[in-house]
Each structure stands twice: as structure tokens, then as C-alpha cells.
Design a protein around this ligand. Structure first.
Ligand code: ATP
Length: 300
């Protein structure tokens, strides 16, 4: 086999509950991940060394060296297999970079699947999941796809059954937000408030809405504990969220650490209308529509 191409979806967090700051600097999270039909493509081709090139959406902001998460994934897989494999990776990005939609994690998951195939390793998903957890807390979900509750740092996953398809509009912003900076801002806001921070818990009404495929109920349950911090760092997002609500979104929230905003629509048609209205309102760099849930990385 000369090359393998894998298509991998972005995620949106339907609930992101952030617990108190732990001694090790991390937070316990409850993270309801939902994979949506916005895809990066990673092609792995046989080569002696390791290399990566990136094209597409904001490609200039993605490293083309050993810092690239997809290359780190390939290196980790080769190490796990105990062999000095090589690969050249070509990433075609559509997932916004540093947008809170786990694009880097998606590319890492896609690289694991592609190299597992290219190198003929035949490793089972469980082995890939272990490697994924070491690469970053969003990588295991990126490997799984669908909808799942993540606990711990987000890496312990329980898949959820979802009773229907949900239709989304994503408002892309100019420039990204650093996940680390958003968490730090969240800690600062909480320290200033001085209120106790509860242990994170999955919201039962949200899980029920997902199970029932009830978009209206789901829209009312979308929450993100990082949203106040993202809004503090990027105040213009408040107007973006407000415009979505004003134009009839069933729910509106900042995706993960932002700055992408996610809006839930009642149908595919409603999503197109909402995207057009938000385009007209001039509150985002670009508006995209997508649906979820979708499966994880797949060889194409
Ligand atoms: P999350 O939702 O997991 O917090 P994000 O979607 O906000 O992540 P990413 O798009 O994953 O952010 O990018 C975060 C940083 O990682 C970027 O600044 C980018 O330079 C770096 N990075 C490394 N590899 C990649 C990759 N393959 N694709 C995108 N970004 C990458």
C-alpha cells in the first residue's frame, strides 16, 4: 500500500463542566462530545523519514514540523510498535484552527488510523485509544466519534446513544483562542468570585434530550463553563451569540475554548436560513452548517 487517506470530523462540546483547579494544574471535566460533519483529511504516504504538510483553512497557523499533532501521533504509534517507520503526512484542513473544535486532536486521531493501516500494524482500537490518551485529552474522542461523555481530563469515555440527527451552524471567528489561556482566565474569574466550584456532573436533562433526539430540549441544555472566560478574552463573541438567539437558534454557545460559536437549528433548512441571517448580520468571519452525530475517522 502506497498511501492511505482518512477523513476525520470536528467536535462540538454540548456540555463542558469544569471542576475546581487540581493540585497538578488540571481540572476534572465532564465533557459531552458530539462529532459533526466538518472534516479534515489526512493522507499518509510511505516514506523513509517523517514529514508533514498542511493546506486549507488557516493552514499557515499550523506547524509543519515535529510540533504538529499528527506527526506526534505517527511517532507515538511507531514507538508503540517498536519499529522505526517513516511516513509523509498531508493534511487538508477544514476544521478551524485553534477554534475549540479539536482540529489538532482530529488530525492526530486520523494519523493513528492512517499509519496503523499504512504500516500494516492491525492494532485494535483499544491500543490506539491508549496512545491517543497520551497525546492529548481530546484525542481519544476524536478516535471514537459519535457522541460520548468524557470524564477525568476528558479522556475516559462513555459512548451515548443519540435518538436523531441535530443540525448546527458554526460561526468562525478571526484568529484563534489558546485553550491554556482560556482555562487560566476561567481560574482567574472564579478566584475573583470566591465562590466554591462544584464537582462537574453530566446534566441528566441534556442526556435525556440527546437520547430522545429532541433538538428543542437539547438547545435549552447546552452549557459551557469556559464560555465566560472566552467572552472575557473575546468580547465580540457576545454579539455573535446574541445574533444567533435573535435569529431563532434553539441554543447557542461557545464551542470548547472558542472562539467558534455553535448554534443549534431545528432542521437542515433552518440551519441554512440561520447561517444566511448571521452572514447578513456580519457577526462572524465565516458561517458553516453541519450535522451530528457522525462516526469517527474513516479510511476513504
Ligand atoms: P481544542 O478544541 O482541543 O481545545 P482547538 O480546536 O481549540 O483545540 P486546534 O485547532 O487543535 O485547537 O489547535 C491548537 C493549536 O495546536 C494551534 O495553535 C496549532 O498551532 C497547534 N497544532 C498542532 N498540530 C495541529 C494540527 N494538526 N491541526 C491544527 N492545529 C495544530
Amino acid at each position: 500500500m502506497d498511501s492511505v487517506t482518512v477523513r476525520v470530523p470536528a467536535k462540538v462540546n454540548l456540555q463542558l463542566a469544569v471542576g475546581p483547579l487540581r493540585e497538578d494544574g488540571y481540572h476534572d471535566l465532564v465533557n459531552v462530545f458530539h462529532a459533526v460533519s466538518l472534516f479534515d483529511e489526512v493522507t499518509a504516504a510511505a516514506e523513509t523519514g517523517m514529514s508533514v504538510r498542511v493546506e486549507g483553512e488557516s493552514a499557515d497557523q499550523v506547524p509543519e514540523d515535529g510540533d504538529n499533532l499528527a506527526i506526534r501521533a505517527a511517532v507515538a504509534l511507531a514507538r508503540h510498535a517498536g519499529r522505526s517507520y517513516g511516513v509523509s503526512l498531508a493534511i487538508r484542513k477544514a476544521i478551524p484552527v485553534a477554534g475549540g473544535m479539536a482540529g489538532g486532536s482530529a488530525d492526530a486521531a486520523a494519523a493513528l488510523v492512517a499509519c496503523n493501516e499504512l504500516w500494516g500494524l492491525g492494532l485494535p482500537l483499544d491500543d490506539l485509544m491508549e496512545i491517543a490518551a497520551d497525546l492529548g485529552s481530546d484525542v481519544p474522542f476524536a478516535l471514537l466519534g459519535g457522541t460520548a461523555v468524557g470524564t477525568g481530563r476528558g479522556e475516559r469515555l462513555a459512548p451515548l446513544e443519540v435518538g436523531g440527527t441535530f443540525h448546527w451552524v458554526f460561526a468562525l471567528a478571526d484568529g484563534g483562542l489558546s485553550t491554556a489561556k482560556v482555562y487560566a482566565e476561567c481560574d482567574r474569574i472564579r478566584a475573583a468570585d470566591g465562590l466554591p466550584v462544584p464537582e462537574p456532573r453530566a446534566a441528566e436533562p441534556l442526556l435525556a434530550a440527546l437520547h430522545a433526539g429532541d433538538a428543542e430540549a437539547l438547545g435549552a441544555q447546552l452549557t459551557n463553563d469556559l464560555q465566560p472566560a472566552a467572552l472575557r478574552l473575546r468580547p465580540s463573541l457576545a454579539a455573535t451569540l446574541e445574533a444567533g438567539r435573535a435569529h431563532g437558534a434553539l441554543g447557542a454557545l461557545v464551542s470548547g475554548s472558542g472562539p467558534t460559536c455553535a448554534f443549534l437549528a431545528a432542521s437542515a433548512e433552518h440551519a441554512e436560513e440561520l447561517a444566511a441571517a448571521l452572514r447578513g448580520a456580519g457577526v462572524a468571519r465565516e458561517l458553516l452548517t453541519a450535522h451530528g452525530q457522525v462516526p469517527g475517522p474513516a479510511v476513504v
